[in-house]
Design a protein around this ligand. Sequence first.
Ligand code: NAD
Ligand code: WQD
Length: 366
Amino acid sequence: MAAGTVLVTGGTGYIGSFTVLALLENGYDVVVVDNLYNSSKVALDRIELICGRRPAFYEVDVTNESALNDVFAKHPDIDSVIHFAALKAVAESGEIPLEYYRVNVGGSISLLRCMEKHNVSNIVFSSSATVYGDATRFPDMIPIPEHCPIGPTNTYGRTKSMIEAVITDEIEMQRRQAEKAGQPPDAWNAALLRYFNPCGAHPSGIMGEDPQGVPYNLLPLLGKVATGEREKLLVFGDDYPSRDGTAIRDYIHVLDLASGHLAALKYLREHKPGVKAWNLGSGRGSTVFEMIKAFSKVVGRDLPYEIVGRRLGDVLDLTANPSLANKELQWKTERSLEDACADLWRWVEKNPQGYRQDPPPELLEA
Ligand code: NAD
Ligand code: WQD
């Protein structure tokens, strides 16, 4: 018997596809909904290559409530939802704010309405460390615990904190209603997972991040410098008050992040906590220079970079205090920065066209 049936929105995307893989590997049945705006169906083939199982897939936009309802109706066994589908480019969110609110907030509302209609009462939501904004305004809260006051500084981050509030209000209302109706009040539960900086790829080299547009995150850009697609990395500022002048982030391997979702799902089912936020990070901060050094080491040569001014909106330090997730979810990161760099490099070097090419035979034979 399946461990449960999970609807995964955004399940062909980067973090979604790794979470789908982990769910299938752990005996769950999975139904994926994605409009392929920033991903490809090939991710499903790679999942099947790795684990021998494939999720059901629907090319559906989460803002299309009626199409989403049809998916729930076709799969009455869905008992939980993991909600990844969103637009996620920070700079773009300031250019087209209404689109970010429509897709991220509007899509989440459609999803919650479908859950209400079909009585699906557990949701794990992809939130982000970006909801904390500049946590260095609270110096005693670095590394950042979940009780650090949130204060997003960009439109994307505000969509995430807004969705956290929408989910909280919905779950609390459902619990009150159940109590009034004399039903068990604890059926409705939500995990708000605040990811720090996801990175890395599958150690097999056949699954990784393959966005439709141009990457803007540090490690994918370093990958492009290593393959020669980019001449050099631009380092955004070396005048931060850090150990080497560059900004600090908490990089977390995508496989560890995926397992965090399974731990959260299990916790919701076993403990029925209502709404709870958890940081998913390693607790270890790395500077931009340290990342360049770590990636250069796995590539085997120094990678060229140039120091330029700070990027607008960047903050000094976003490092997680993950002790709540360590304790309550019995989850912690297991992979090192070196693992993440080595796995990313294998993926990038062996698949220069990402999912637009077949994986090289040496990887399939391994
Ligand atoms: P991604 O772009 O690879 O995945 C998002 C998926 O959602 C894509 O497959 C995309 O096609 C799909 N999607 C977008 N709009 C949709 C819509 N209207 N209907 C249906 N599907 C839609 O991004 P990711 O890095 O895997 O991020 C997944 C989630 O985690 C997002 O919610 C993101 O905001 C959040 N997050 C990401 C990071 C990060 O650095 N990658 C950090 C913190 C939080
Ligand atoms: C990391 C560090 C840059 C590129 C973003 C979102 C956040 C979350 C994760 C979704 C920073 C520096 C980068 C470059 C550089 N996403 N850098 N040169 O900004 O920490 O977080 O992705 O929720 O919301 O804001 O990640 O990878 O862009 O940057 O020097 O070309 O690398 O300044 O210090 P960031 P990033």
